[in-house]
Ligand binder design. Sequence first.
Ligand code: AP5
Length: 218
Amino acid sequence: MITTRLVILGPPGSGKGTRAKIIGRVYGIPVVTTGDMLREAVSEGTELGRLAEAYMKRGELVRDDIVIGIVEERFSKPDVEEGFVLDGFPRSVKQAEALDRILVKMGIALDIVLNVTARSETILGRLSLRRSCPKCGAVYHIKDMPPKQEGICDECGSPLVQRDDDKEEIILHRLEVYRDQTVPILERYKKAGKVKEISGELEIDQIIDEVKRVLGGV
Ligand code: AP5
């Protein structure tokens, strides 16, 4: 059976979002990315966006109650019942406990937690050359995954931007936050036997094969 309910964890810039989108496309399941949802709220200037913006600019986690609220709302939609890729959530023990509650209420369980590993040098090199689409969330790398037309999103034609939190001092802080707040939940999922490791160091065209090997062929 193909595993379809999964969480993707890993440090900032390890390639979670890139892999989550590939998995969503290959397995035909919705991708829920809390970072994209928060950035969308910031660019739309909603109340949620105003609350989240300052945390995000500093590279801090947005308050648990806020993020849990948006995930609860997203999981009230029926399309996630048959499968999902959760990218960027949970990120703290409180969020992991909240996810357990949400899934129990839905009568489903998490199949697998993919842990993407990458070296700090890889992360810093990647994030400084990342460009993102503020409209549809597509992600590029100037050197390794460039858009067809420089500076323009292939998916929706919007101008690409560099994220505010992709500056070196903020990236280093995001890595600290990851170690302090997110690594403990990785340990929790390891104890539950849910974790499979995938490498964030592979070339882009090797990602699909690795994902299929770990999740089961299509
Ligand atoms: P979020 O958007 O989740 O950021 P992150 O976890 O720091 O991860 P990134 O998006 O930076 O990296 P990624 O691992 O997805 O890598 P990507 O695939 O883009 O969160 C941002 C902020 O939002 C947080 O700091 C926080 O404030 C808030 N937030 C979000 N969720 C929250 C939560 N649950 N609770 C509280 N706050 C929350 O890849 C990186 C680059 O590398 C790209 O350019 C890509 O093209 C390139 N690349 C990827 N793979 C490869 C490869 N194999 N070869 C070459 N290049 C590659």
